[in-house]
Write a protein that binds this ligand. Structure first.
Ligand code: NAD
Ligand code: WQD
Length: 355
C-alpha cells in the first residue's frame, strides 16, 4: 500500500477512532486527527503517540466550524489518502431529547467535512454508520446491506442522511465512499492502554456492566426479559473493537486495490464507488449471556435486576457479515470473551472510569 500518504481521522481520539488509528499507524501511515474532545480525553493523544510507530498531528477543532476545517484541509490536502469520519454524537436517548444537537454535530459537521474535502480535492472517505439504520421492526435478522432502512430516532436518522449525502457525493462529485455499518463494538486495544471511556454514565451494556463490577454503580437494570428470544432478553451482535478497526483498513485496501483514484490528481481510472458494508460477526449474545460472560471473566456475580423494556429496543440485531468477507476478505477474528477481558483489563490497568 501507499506509504507516504496520511490518514485523516475525524473523532480520532474517540473509542473506535483511537483503535483504528493504531491499525493504520502499525501499517506505516502518518495520522492527522481532528477532534473537539467533547467525548474524549486529551491524554488519549499522548497514549496514541506512545503506541503508534508513525507521526500524529492533532487539531483540537470542531467539524461545525467550517473555516477551521477548510484550513486543515488546505494545509494537508495533498498528503491525505483517506478520511476516516468517526466524529459524531452517538447517544440515541440524548438525540431524542435534543435533535438539533444531533443534526448540528452529525449533519452540519459532515457537510462541512465533505465541503472542505471537495474544495481541496480529497475524495476518499470511510464513514462510521450504524446497524441502527435498518428497519429492524419490519425485517428479519440477520440484516443484509440491501435490507430496508428506516430510523426511529434522530441519531439513526443522521446516520442514514449522511449515507445518502455520501451517495450523492459519489454520484455527482466523484468521491469514493464506504459506509461501514457497525453493530455493537466492545473491548479494548491489546495494550490495554486505550479502550472505551465515555464521559458520564454509559448507556451501552458492557461499559455499564463493568461499572457495576467496579462498584461505581449498584446494579445493572436488564431492560426486559419477555422478548421472543431463547432466554427472553435482547440479542446483539457484539464485535471486538479491534475487528472493527481492522475493517477500516480492509475497506481502504479494497478501494486502493480497485485503483479507483489516481491519488495525486483529479484523474479517475474507473467509476467511483459507494458501498454500505456491515461490520458485525453474524453471531449474537443475549443480555443474560453477556452477564454470564462477564461473571466468568471477573469471577464474581454481577448484581442485576430485570426492569421494563427500554423504548425503541429491537429484540434481535444481527449482521449478515458476508459482504465484508466478499469485498474485503475480512471477517471478525476475536471472541466476545476476549473483548470482555480486554475491556476489563483496560479499566483495571488504567483505572479509567470517568466519574
Ligand atoms: P466516541 O464518542 O467515542 O467518538 C467520537 C469522537 O468524535 C469523540 O472523540 C468526540 O470528542 C468527537 N466529536 C464529536 N463531535 C465532534 C465534532 N463536532 N467535531 C469534532 N469532533 C467531534 O464514539 P465512538 O463509539 O468511537 O463512535 C465513533 C463513530 O462510530 C460515531 O460516528 C458513532 O456514531 C459510530 N458508531 C458507534 C457505535 C458504538 O457502539 N460505539 C456503533 C455504531 C456506530
Ligand atoms: C445492548 C442490549 C439493551 C444497557 C446502541 C445504539 C446503536 C449503536 C450501538 C451507535 C440491549 C440492553 C443495555 C443496560 C440493558 N450505537 N441493556 N441494560 O441498544 O444495541 O445499540 O449502541 O450507532 O445505535 O442504539 O446497544 O449496548 O445500549 O444495549 O439491559 O443498562 O443491552 O436493552 O438489549 P444497542 P446497548
Amino acid at each position: 500500500m501507499e506509504t507516504q500518504k496520511k490518514i485523516l481521522l475525524t473523532g480520532g481520539l474517540g473509542y473506535i477512532g483511537s483503535h483504528t488509528a493504531t491499525v493504520f499507524a502499525d501499517a506505516g501511515y502518518d495520522l492527522i486527527i481532528i477532534d473537539n474532545l467533547s467525548n474524549s480525553h486529551e491524554d488519549t493523544l499522548e497514549v496514541l503517540k506512545k503506541l503508534c510507530p508513525s507521526k500524529i498531528k492533532f487539531y483540537d477543532a470542531d467539524l461545525r466550524n467550517y473555516e477551521d476545517i477548510e484550513k486543515i484541509f488546505e494545509k494537508h490536502a495533498l498528503e491525505i489518502w483517506f478520511v476516516l469520519h468517526f466524529a459524531a454524537k452517538k447517544s440515541v436517548g440524548e438525540s431524542c431529547q435534543d435533535p438539533f444537537l444531533y443534526y448540528d454535530h452529525n449533519i452540519n459537521g459532515s457537510i462541512n467535512l465533505l465541503q472542505a474535502m471537495e474544495k481541496t480535492g480529497v475524495k476518499n472517505i470511510i464513514f462510521s454508520s450504524s446497524a441502527t439504520v435498518y428497519d429492524s421492526e419490519n425485517i428479519l435478522p440477520p440484516f443484509t446491506e440491501g435490507d430496508r432502512t428506516r430510523t426511529i430516532n434522530p441519531y439513526g436518522t443522521t446516520k442514514l442522511m449522511i449515507e445518502q449525502l455520501l451517495r450523492d457525493m459519489v454520484m455527482h462529485k466523484w468521491f469514493n465512499a464506504i459506509a461501514l455499518r457497525y453493530f455493537n463494538p466492545i473491548g479494548a486495544h491489546p495494550s490495554h492502554e486505550i479502550g472505551e471511556n465515555p464521559k458520564g454514565i454509559p448507556t451501552n451494556l458492557l461499559p455499564f456492566i463493568l461499572r457495576v463490577v467496579e462498584g461505581k454503580i449498584d446494579k445493572l437494570e436488564v431492560f426486559g426479559d419477555d422478548y421472543d428470544t431463547p432466554d427472553g432478553t435482547c440479542i446483539r451482535d457484539y464485535i471486538h473493537v479491534m475487528d472493527v478497526a481492522e475493517a477500516h483498513f480492509a475497506a481502504a485496501r479494497y478501494l486502493h486495490e480497485r485503483n479507483l483514484v489516481n491519488e495525486t490528481s483529479d484523474m479517475y481510472t474507473a467509476e467511483p464507488i459507494f458501498e454500505t458494508v456491515n461490520v458485525g460477526t453474524g453471531y449474537g449474545k443475549s443480555v443474560a449471556e453477556m452477564i454470564a460472560i462477564v461473571e466468568n471473566v471477573v469471577d464474581t456475580e454481577v448484581p442485576h435486576v430485570v426492569v421494563g423494556r427500554r423504548s425503541g429496543d429491537t429484540p434481535v440485531s444481527l449482521a449478515n457479515p458476508l459482504k465484508a468477507k466478499k469485498l474485503f476478505n475480512r471477517e471478525a477474528k476475536r471472541t466476545i470473551m476476549q473483548a470482555v477481558e480486554d475491556a476489563r483489563n483496560y479499566l483495571q490497568i488504567t483505572k479509567k472510569i470517568s466519574e
